[in-house]
Design a protein around this ligand. Structure first.
Ligand code: PLP
Length: 404
């Protein structure tokens, strides 16, 4: 089996290393010499139980997940969690505060891009509480329409004792990401939550999961991620959930909370070791192989180092293009994503030319998200420094040939 040598910069589903896919193909045919392929095995078999445990163990090790948190696996993508977060955490809030009226239950959304905006819209659709927009990053952008930075903390308006606070750590469409530097103005505003230690904070980490350590992981009630960026194929969602957020949602429903569909109930999933119903077995197997691969590369320190270098190489050449008037980067310095670089190529027909030339050079899937256009590069874990270097060389040549 062979595949054409191209470099896939898709924003998700992501590229996966060829060696991982080769190993997966073997397992698909004949898992560990059983004569049965991975997708044909019973999910109740010891073989599969081992995959679940090893996968959870590798995530716990690489992200240093504390013992206060459980790791669970589910389906329904990250979008499934837009709904599950609301239902599970409103149920928790109901158990803690049974007598509050719906108008007094707040769900706080920090809106820094298209995905957190979508999540807030789902909360509003489901109801059961009031959505409070803590900040909307569009209000601070030049055109008041685009998401271009993490807004100053002075404008953040949290509610008192909300059911939860929600943010998206890396906005895949826009290319805006919170900084891990505790001194940066673009960090997550933990200092504003000093009085609210146990309010559940939820982070959507779909497009940055396992690309670098998660700051203040222990302070989160939930960190979750769809697998299809850094980890493996779609179909699998990973949840790192604090134990006090695994609640009896049926008891909450008796007090008036909305019932939670059984496949979205975190406590049910956890108490069945993520095997309440048939899980996305093949996606989980590939995720395990992917983590073994990154572990062999040196684990989180090596991955973080590689990703930092890759994004530095890229922003350097993009800033060169911007200085020559050929590019306009969508995101301000300090809030720029390590994983997704978004920009426009200026000048009549130049963007089309850029995308066409990239495509013919084997540099695939560089068109921006359909909602925002432009160019988007995605540098997930499977893209290595050498491949990033090939893209940088292509961009530099394009700048030389196209700037005045
Ligand atoms: N959140 C983020 C940050 C994403 O990047 C995506 C998808 O790209 C989603 C949520 C939605 O994920 P899914 O398609 O798995 O529902």
């Amino acid at each position: 089996l062979e595949r054409t040598q191209v470099i896939n910069f898709n924003s998700g589903p992501c590229a996966l290393p060829t060696s991982v896919l080769e190993e997966a193909a073997k397992g698909l045919l004949n898992y560990k010499g059983t004569g049965i392929g991975l997708a044909e095995l019973s999910h109740r078999s010891g073989y599969f139980g081992q995959i679940v445990n090893e996968l959870a163990g590798l995530i716990r090790k690489q992200l240093e997940v504390p013992s206060t948190h459980e790791i669970i696996f589910t389906q329904g993508g990250a979008t499934g969690q837009f709904s599950a977060v609301v239902l599970n955490l409103l149920a928790r809030h109901r158990l803690l505060h049974p007598n509050l009226a719906e108008e007094e239950r707040y769900m706080d959304y920090v809106v820094t891009g298209n995905w957190s905006k979508k999540a807030s819209e789902e909360a509003r659709r489901l109801g059961g509480g009031v959505v409070n927009i803590v900040t909307d990053a569009r209000t601070v952008s030049e055109d008041h329409k685009t998401f271009a930075s993490i807004p100053p903390h002075s404008g953040f308006k949290f509610s008192q004792n909300p059911a939860f606070i929600y943010y998206c750590e890396n906005e895949t469409v826009d290319g805006v990401q919170f900084s891990t530097d505790p001194e940066s103005p673009a960090r997550f505003p933990w200092e504003l939550l000093k009085e609210q230690d146990f309010v559940p904070v939820v982070g959507d980490y779909s497009s940055s999961f396992l690309s670098r350590p998660i700051p203040n992981l222990d302070r989160h009630a939930l960190v979750y991620a769809g697998a299809q960026k850094n980890l493996g194929p779609a179909g699998l969602t990973v949840l790192i959930v604090r134990k006090d957020c695994l609640v009896d949602t049926d008891a909450a429903a008796k007090l008036g909370a909305q019932p939670v569909p059984i496949t979205m109930d975190w406590k049910v999933i956890q108490s069945h070791n993520s095997l309440y119903n048939t899980p996305p077995m093949f996606s989980m197997y590939i995720a395990q192989l992917m983590l073994e691969h990154t572990e062999a590369m040196g684990g989180m320190p090596a991955i973080t180092h590689m990703n930092e270098k890759k994004k530095d190489m890229l922003y350097e050449v993009l800033d060169e293009g911007a200085a020559k008037g050929l590019f306009r980067l969508r995101v301000e310095k300090g809030s720029r994503s390590w994983m997704n670089q978004t920009f426009h190529v200026l000048g009549d027909g130049k963007e089309k030319l850029f995308l066409e030339q990239a495509e013919s050079a084997g540099l695939k899937a560089l068109a921006g998200h359909r909602q925002v256009g432009g160019v988007r590069i995605s540098l997930y874990n499977a893209i290595n420094e050498e491949q990033t270097g090939i893209l940088v060389k292509f961009i530099r040549k394009f700048i030389e040939e196209n700037s005045a």
